[in-house]
Design a binder for this molecule. Structure first.
Ligand SMILES: *Cc1c(COP(=O)(O)O)cnc(C)c1O
Length: 356
């Protein structure tokens, strides 16, 4: 049975990505060798890296003066690398969830951190609004999509200081005005490829302004200078990411992805809103994520949550168990998930509700 994969990360990838990656593991670019056993400096892999960088620039309309990198260490390493390279005295952060809080903790190692708004006291059930961003910040850090709590900011904020964004779980789900950002980073394993590569888009002129010594590997300039090939890059994740990027381009780019993602999210949120058994956890409708939909059972039915997970599993619906800090369910609707899978989940919800 074909599975409906709602996993939060690592998560569903397009069949095109999986198939081409599998093929390249056997015979990479007609070399007669596996992708896993060739030099990253050979012309075949250099072409992969070049195209994987160029397609990000094309799909996100990245302006001149920016570099695209594929680094190791996950988005979590960027929590440290960003302030290491950019924080002189003070940065502002939004505390919108577990990942944002982790980013704040790392930034404090390097300077003063002002938390401009937090929804922590409400278990992160909304995306904060109405805060002011002081002009004296080195940068303002946001987490555009809060993967665990199902909240999202689907626009690029207008502020007078450079923006830094963790877009791990919603990059390529909408057009982004990259010119507003000094730095964007995203772990690959949600909307791009397998775990092991982190996409970084960095503005060259933002670098070189801190006084501290930066270890070679943690200095963005090292990787810019060497075209993201200073050391051995994560070759397999980069190859897979390239397949996904080609797929996105073929499908019509990020505008088309956004259209599809909005339709999927609407289908599921409408079903939740119409249900007496299920209820969304995000209190502010405008904060609802179109990537991760979090919901629980109403108190009356609460003890049936486990049964529903099993009911879904029997229908090939997997990965819907909520993060332990929220409970209930989380359906991740990343770009590669077809709307048919969302329909299957909605059908399962309706049927379960009818029979209980
Ligand atoms: C998954 C995730 C992370 C952590 O990524 P790693 O690659 O595991 O370090 C960070 N931020 C957000 C928003 C995420 O969804």
């Amino acid at each position: 049975m074909k599975k409906h994969n709602f996993s939060a990360g690592p998560s569903i990838l397009s069949e095109y990505t999986i198939k081409n990656t599998a093929d390249a593991i056997i015979n990479f670019a007609n070399t007669g060798l596996s992708l896993l056993e060739v030099s990253h400096r050979g012309k075949e892999f250099v072409a992969v890296m070049d195209e994987a960088q160029a397609l990000v620039k094309e799909l996100l309309d990245v302006p001149e003066g920016y570099h695209v990198l594929y680094l190791g260490g996950g988005a979590s390493l960027q929590f440290c690398m960003a302030p290491f390279n950019l924080l002189r005295t003070k940065a502002g952060y939004l505390d919108t969830g577990t990942w944002a809080a982790n980013a704040i903790k790392e930034a404090k190692i390097f300077g003063e951190v002002e938390v401009l708004a937090s929804s922590k006291e409400a278990n992160y059930t909304y995306y904060p609004k109405g805060y002011t961003v002081p002009d004296d910040l080195d940068y303002f850090h946001i987490t555009t999509n809060n993967t665990i709590y199902g909240t999202e900011l689907r626009k690029d904020p207008d502020v007078n200081v450079p923006l830094v964004a963790d877009m791990s779980s919603d990059i390529f789900s909408r057009p982004v005005d990259v010119s507003k950002y000094d730095l964007i980073y995203a772990g690959a394993q949600k909307n791009l490829g397998p775990a092991g590569a982190t996409l970084v888009i960095v503005k060259e002129s933002a670098l070189g302004h801190v006084d501290r010594v930066i270890p070679t590997m943690l200095d963005y300039r090292t990787h810019i200078k060497k075209g993201s090939m200073f050391n051995t890059p994560p070759v397999l994740p980069v190859f897979s990411a390239l397949q996904t990027l080609r797929y996105y381009k073929e499908m019509g780019g990020v505008k088309e992805m956004e259209k599809r993602d909005l339709a999927k999210a609407e289908l599921l949120y409408n079903a939740i809103d119409a249900s007496k058994m299920f209820v969304g956890t995000v209190t502010d409708p405008e904060s609802r994520s179109i990537m991760n939909v979090t919901f629980v059972m109403t108190p009356e039915y609460k003890e049936l949550e486990k049964d529903f997970v099993d009911f879904c599993a029997a229908r090939g619906i997997v990965g819907i168990k909520g993060h332990r800090s929220v409970g209930g369910f989380r359906a991740s609707l990343y770009n590669a998930l077809p709307i048919e899978s969302v329909q299957a989940l909605v059908d399962a919800m309706n049927e379960f509700e009818k029979t209980h």
